[in-house]
Design a protein. Sequence first.
Length: 378
Amino acid sequence: MLPFLPFLLLLLAGAILMALRFVQLRRALLRARGGEAQFRLLLEHGRDAVFLLDAATLDLIYISPAAQRLTGHDLPALREHAARLAADVPARLQRWRDGDASRVTLLREVALAHADGHALALEISSTILPAAHGRGVTLAGSVRDVSAAHAQEAAREQEQKRFASMLSHEFRTPLATIDGAIQRLVSTSAEADEATRKRYVKIQTAVDRLLAMIDDYLSPERMAAIGRERAADGIAPLALLQQAAATVPASHRVRLELDEDLPARLRCDVPGMALCLKILLDNAVKFSPPGSSITVAGRRASAGGVELCVRDEGPGVPEAELAHIFEKGFRGTHAAHPGAGLGLYMARAVVDVHGGSLQGHNLPEGGAVFRIWLPLPV
């Protein structure tokens, strides 16, 4: 019996190890099933729909219940829509097999009618997954309803067009009066001296230039495009600030202050930002004494983005008026120059459509500063 004892002990130890291994595998299986159950709960109750598509047959392998809630369609209808929307997958798959990885992941927007008839705007993200574990190439992705975002964008664009129409009207009305008066003066100036006739021509030229600026910058379509159709590279901050500083008359000194770590280029609508800076600089000239300095600065903001600042050495803004300076038609107690009170209102509107902000406050040492903050693209 004793010679078999070691063998029996080995068998017993093996059986114990197998039992322990079985317990471990069972626990792992239970954990996996628990994780799968939680994952399914997320898929079933999430707002976005997720899907798996067979890239060869264009058949849906899986689509989460959220798809039916988003579209109102049942599973057979969803399969038909999926096959139609995936018509470009074979060509996309062939490009991937030929070594073109540019369309491995693709984001697109499609229009789809809800089951009740109203239009849906859907954002579909999909990624090619290579064959694994005996399964062919699949397409995995998600579907999001962006109809509300589109509606908000349309409302924002409509508001900008209304603003531009109002602003254009506010400028055109007095300019039309001036234009009519100067044309009458020109037509009746046969006996006027040469200097007077030259002044009439100068006024007419200025009116024409202002009307052209309104057409270029303040048309409803132009204002609606600012911020939506920005150039990919924009302009170098130094160039933007130098162009703005060049508009300051010789009655004031201009100082440029730029941080070394400014981005190479700002992504913005260049004419729109130039107009905004010109408004701020014109105000600085109006409300600061001749011979004083106006500082134009650019730097990285501590919280991210870029700050463009215009500082003057004037009396500042009365504290009671600071909260109202960007309101339409507001003119402060120090406003001795003619105007409609629309400059700062228009400047902030331009910055707003860039996703930025414009603020103004007084400095402890005297004068006022206006800060434009612009986000940087990621």
